[in-house]
Ligand binder design. Sequence first.
Ligand SMILES: Cc1ncc(COP(=O)(O)O)c(C=O)c1O
Length: 446
Amino acid sequence: MPQPQIRIETEIPGPRSLALMERRAAAVPRGPYQGLPVFMKSGHGALITDVDGNQYIDFAGGLGCLNVGSTPATVLEAVERQSGQFLHSCFHVLPYEPYIALAERLNGLVPISGEKKTLLVNSGAEGIENAVKCARAYTGRTGILVFEDGFHGRTLLTLSMTSKVEPFKKGFGPFMAEVHRVPYGYCYRCPYGKQRESCQIECGDVFESFFKRHVDPMTIAALVVEPVQGEGGFVVPPPEFLRALREVCDRYGIVMVADEVQAGIGRTGRMFACETFGVEPDILVSAKSLAGGLPLAAVTGRAAIMEAAPKGGLGSSYGGNPVACAAAIAVLDLVEREGLCARAEKIGSRVSSWAKELSQSVALIGDVRNAGAMIGIELVTDRETREPAREATAAVRKHCLEQGLLTLVAGNGANVLRLLMPLIITDEQLEEGLAVLSEGLRGARN
Ligand SMILES: Cc1ncc(COP(=O)(O)O)c(C=O)c1O
């Protein structure tokens, strides 16, 4: 029997976390979301220790930033090496090799054919903003096409593109004009009332009608899509949906932007989710796990599109910070060396078969879906009505936390358990975590 790795020493949250919560309330606005009520002290691999000495198994993975775990040795070495040389110079003042090396590496990895170029910025939202800027400069058009339940960030342009009103958008308008929205390919809650087995991919077929009724396609610069929706509920669309989007973009000269901020860097079983679906975007934005949790995002796209912005038209003070670039190169090495894409596939198939088996006795489980290790378990109060089980989802997460498992939630109804365990999690840790989650799901009341 493997030794259990979860170690709970106090009530959860413990006294030190409670004290920090009070300090947080006094010093920090309530706006920044906090998914878990405990404060982190340290983390190694897929184990996290809080300030009270409780040790948890991590199924939350820093909201997708920790695909390679909390303290991967080779990434730390790369950070130390680069920090010993210089922390920053600003790429616009004095350029440096790690930026170029990372751009070259991503140009080779991102699934877009032909010549590519990469711009580095600080965050997922900044990456999406820059993808839109490049698409506008290239096409000379202004419109942006996005999807219901999409999440692209919290800056004013990306918030305009993000779908959820509460808590993201309420009170923060007015939003950008020229942002148009159509339904996503969400099979469990098909916007057209179809069943996946017999549908005609109506979700990929709305555009002609949309372009007649709502907007001239020749004004659309960019279609921005998450190949697997993150915040929207870990929604895995039918591959035909994404292929239909590609065709629409080709037909009307629209730049297709894949938002892989959450789905990229090995999570879905390939380095990038677009590969999983066999779709080639024109620009791909990666972030989150790219630099192992250091702030970095990359906008990689066809050279002609990326070159459309004039000299000096793109950039930011910290974008492509050298320490973050060095970390990212080490992360990409690690993903390749350790076969983490294959590991993501293995984790995904183990967890989804576990959840499907459990769903035979736990009626709360309405749907189980995954693309590699991007795994969503949608909970419903009734399998017929598919009413989101918001309270039960919160109860499952509370149980897990108290028993030493960190989880997150997603979905418009806050009823999807979103599992983002680091891909370096051991089999023993994975099974120990699943045992806790089983108990939580079995014990939760609808
Ligand atoms: C798909 C997607 N796009 C964009 C963003 C925004 O990224 P950031 O929080 O780094 O600005 C996120 C963040 O969760 C995301 O999941």
